[in-house]
Design a protein. Structure first.
Length: 286
């Protein structure tokens, strides 16, 4: 049984979804945020907004959305044209999207999925030890927070919908961490970048969890544009790719725990494509 519930902590890592509508907006460039702005990071959010606005020469406003699905609806409908999304919705809508930039984290345009359990649990060694227990996912359109653990079980010949006694979605990676820390879930799957980030800014939270397993590297969640509006994206692309070249941009990147942005390549997301095909039954279980 899958329950979808709202996370109870307003914690998360800033995920910027920068977007200008086709034909332009009277209020300038719209930036969507998902899933939440982390506590204590409002000032950082405002600084990033002002940094982008100064470089693009237009006002910037923020639009917050709760899930990746809602952001993609905005993007594909043309209400926003650029978004910072997860690799899974990128490959799901790849024909309609164009890469604008990919963040660089710890020297590479990659991140990992982490399997976490309560810190008090010192016996669990893999997802297979969580059979019959409660598990927290982040978002059904998340690679690290949903696709990775699901395909792990399939690859082991297990049926994910029968493996756990109960599962639920928190809609943010940070709230998966909070649910596991509070022992509302016996385990959870999260974006490793988010866990690492919070281990620095909210160590009292992550200290109540333990990382059991780290996945292979995956292409970092990209900034994308609708193909029909990609010619308008040069300014945003340039602003992101050059962010590390000036002192203020570098400072903002450091506070985001990122090294910068690169143009990226669709091949970065090949392993996510393969896992998606496995989940959809389009290729045999290894």
């Amino acid at each position: 049984m899958v329950m979808r519930v709202r996370g109870h902590a307003a914690w998360g890592v800033l995920l910027l979804c920068a977007q200008a509508l086709a034909g332009g907006h009277a209020d300038g460039i719209r930036i969507g945020l998902t899933p939440v702005v982390p506590d204590g990071q409002i000032d950082l959010l405002e600084e990033v907004r002002d940094y982008l606005a100064a470089g693009l020469g237009e006002p910037v406003t923020f639009v917050q959305r709760r899930s990746y699905r809602e952001v993609m609806d905005e993007l594909l409908s043309g209400r926003i044209d650029y978004a910072w999304i997860c690799g899974l919705p990128y490959i799901d809508h790849e024909e309609a999207l164009e890469l604008i930039g990919v963040p660089v984290y710890q020297g590479r345009p990659h991140y990992r999925s982490y399997l976490i359990v309560p810190a008090i649990d010192q016996t669990t060694e893999s997802i297979h030890d969580l059979e019959g227990r409660v598990f927290a996912f982040s978002d059904p359109d998340s690679n690290s927070g949903y696709l990775v653990p699901m395909t792990q079980l399939l690859a082991a010949g297990r049926q994910p919908d029968r493996f756990f006694s109960q599962t639920f979605f928190t809609w943010t990676h940070a709230d998966v961490i909070a649910a596991v820390a509070a022992r509302l879930a016996d385990g959870g799957a999260v974006d490793g970048y988010v866990w690492d980030y919070l281990s620095q800014v909210r160590p009292e939270l992550t200290a109540r969890t333990r990382v059991v397993w780290r996945s292979e590297p995956y292409g970092f969640p990209p900034v994308v544009a609708r193909r029909s509006s990609v010619t308008q994206g040069g300014g945003l692309r340039d602003r992101l790719l050059e962010m590390g070249d000036d002192a203020y941009g570098s400072q903002l990147l450091q506070r985001l725990r990122l090294d910068g942005f690169v143009a990226g390549d669709p091949a970065l997301y090949e392993s996510i494509r393969e896992q998606r095909a496995l989940l959809q039954g389009e290729r045999p279980v290894p």
